[in-house]
Design a protein around this ligand. Structure first.
Ligand code: 0RQ
Length: 503
């Protein structure tokens, strides 16, 4: 194979993952690449986990590190480090089952942040000093600059903030990813901040490559391993019906002139329902749509191919194995239509507001007044994290939240009197959709919203129970702005915890 390490001063730093892992000290703040299972380091985290396992088997002070990433990674990173109890603090997003267990059993600290904000937290020193960055790249250029991989995430920030950098050059990543990135170097902290000069999703405002001071690089590990590439499920009936309601809503909005026929730049969350919405859009009358989003999933590739979508800006790919095969085979086509940016730009509130994004994200539950819980099961157990949903929901032109109306075989209503945790407040949520229907909350007061959400979105098995709660709350003689029965508001969750059924 042809070497992808072209910088002469760096060639001598190639070593094994085990040797590189020795350069990471207990307690280190480690910034890693990786976003939604794309572009994460494949070898050093596993080698470090082995080192931690061996260290901890000897007793003494446990060896743990703080793991900061772009977003979720994969079993080779989060899974392996969590398995050996090697993570003291994890941020800003994860979706790994072993991590999740540790977080929810209280043996791992987790801090869940708006993804757009993580870089500026690091620049401001809010996370403390960054010790080391571990970054997957496609290659190292002669001048030491880096060809980014299948995600950009916080890589620019980790390289800038860390004292030392370990690079993983992954030969599995397509060489023609080169040129698909736009790394913005104009950001600053207040009071020196300037506008982000982006008025169209397809504009370039940055560099093709990541800058990396040669003297910071302490190790280079060569890998040849695929990204996580989680398969998508075929859209189920509920996802298809959710997608139909959203499409019908778009049609009405276009007809009355509140949306252009090319819609507005789309942001689409990860998961099966957002993917089903993309697939449905692809069968509709749409042409030349744009996306200003976080991740490119299979649905977006299909839309690019058919011309439904003209271009997509994101920070990462999140493709199934088939999606990746399609992308690799037709990379010359896709590379003209996809731009990957750092996550502080892909999710930038200023840009989301200016472009007027249509944000579509999944949720765990919503309450009758339109507050949304995206992260916590029964108010206490972390699922994944808020991710980018808050960046887009608050700042977008439309924020749509979607979920099947029930979970766990109908035992849980995803429409409840009061959400057990709030990620998106009633002020940030414009549309709620379940397979039952769509509630358009724009311009409605809390009591009007409650009627609309119960009527349109609740499952028939829970509708009477919700109406009953709401009517009794209205008759309680307490405040009539947002009527609640405070001793009952969370009783549905409590009943589920006690009996396994909200009914
Ligand atoms: O659990 O697998 O154990 O059965 O939650 O639910 O229906 O498969 O939905 O995969 O689309 O995830 C909100 C978690 C939805 C996701 C969430 C249980 C359900 C199942 C998953 P099981 P589904 P999805 C940009 C946008 C935040 C981040 C975000 C998410 C599991 O969309 O993480 O938006 N969002 N990022 O059974 C108890 C309820 C439940 C429930 C579902 N009401 N009560 N359990 N479940 N509803 C991308 C990034 O930021 C990177």
């Amino acid at each position: 194979k042809n070497s992808r390490i072209l910088c002469p001063q760096l060639k001598h730093l190639v070593m094994s993952a085990e040797e590189a892992a020795k350069l990471i000290s207990p307690g280190a703040n480690v910034g890693m690449s990786g976003f939604t299972g794309a572009g994460y380091p494949k070898a050093v985290p596993g080698a470090l986990a082995e080192r931690i396992r061996a260290h901890n088997a000897q007793g003494g002070k446990p060896f743990r590190i703080n793991v900061l990433t772009g977003a979720s990674t994969a079993p080779e990173l989060d899974g392996k480090l969590a398995e050996v109890d090697g993570i003291e603090m994890r941020l800003p997003f994860q979706s790994d089952p072993i991590c999740r267990d540790r977080i929810n059993s209280g043996t791992m600290n987790y801090a869940d942040y708006h993804l757009s904000e993580v870089a500026q937290y690091a620049w401001s020193g809010f996370f403390g000093k960054m010790d080391i960055a571990i970054i997957e790249v496609v290659g190292i250029r002669e001048d030491g600059s880096l060809i980014p991989s299948s995600s950009l995430g916080n890589n620019k920030t980790w390289i800038e903030q860390a004292d030392k950098v370990i690079l993983e050059v992954n030969y599995k990543q397509h060489e023609r990813l080169e040129g698909m990135h736009d790394v913005y170097y104009g950001a600053a902290l207040p009071p020196h901040r300037k506008p982000i000069m982006l008025t169209e999703p397809n504009q370039r405002i940055g560099d093709l490559y990541l800058r990396c001071p040669i003297e910071k690089v302490v190790a280079i590990v060569e890998t040849n391993a695929p990204d996580r590439n989680t398969p998508f499920k075929q859209p189920d009936d509920a996802s298809r019906r959710i997608a139909e309601h959203i499409l019908a809503f778009f049609e009405r909005e276009i007809k009355i002139g509140r949306l252009p026929k090319e819609l507005l730049p789309l942001q689409s969350g990860v998961g099966n329902i957002p993917n089903a919405v993309l697939e449905a859009l692809d069968t509709g009358p749409y042409k030349n749509l744009t996306a200003y989003t976080e991740v490119i999933q299979d649905g977006m590739l299909k839309m690019l191919k058919s011309g439904t979508l003209q271009m997509a800006s994101a920070t990462a790919f999140s493709l199934s194995p088939e999606g990746l095969a399609e992308f690799d085979e037709n990379i010359e086509f896709y590379r003209e239509k996809i731009l990957l940016r750092s996550q502080d730009i892909s999710n930038h509130p200023e840009v989301a507001r200016r472009l007027g994004i249509i944000a579509t994200n999944g949720m765990i539950e919503a309450d009758i007044y339109g507050n949304v819980n995206s992260t916590h099961i029964m108010g206490t157990r972390m699922m994944n994290g808020i991710g980018g949903s808050g960046d887009f929901a608050r700042n977008g032109y439309l924020s749509i939240f979607m979920s099947p109306s029930t979970a766990k075989g109908g035992k849980i209503s995803s429409i409840v009197p009061m959400v057990s945790h709030v990620d998106h407040t009633e002020h940030d949520v414009k549309i709620i959709v379940t397979e039952q229907g769509l509630a358009d909350l724009r311009g409605l007061s809390p009591r009007q919203r409650a009627r609309s959400i119960i009527e349109n979105c609740a499952h028939p098995d829970f509708k009477d129970q919700l109406h009953d709660y709401f009517e009794r709350a209205c008759a309680s003689g307490r405040g009539m702005h947002t009527p609640h029965l405070l001793n009952e508001a969370l009783s549905w969750h409590e009943r589920f915890e006690q009996t396994g059924d909200m009914k």
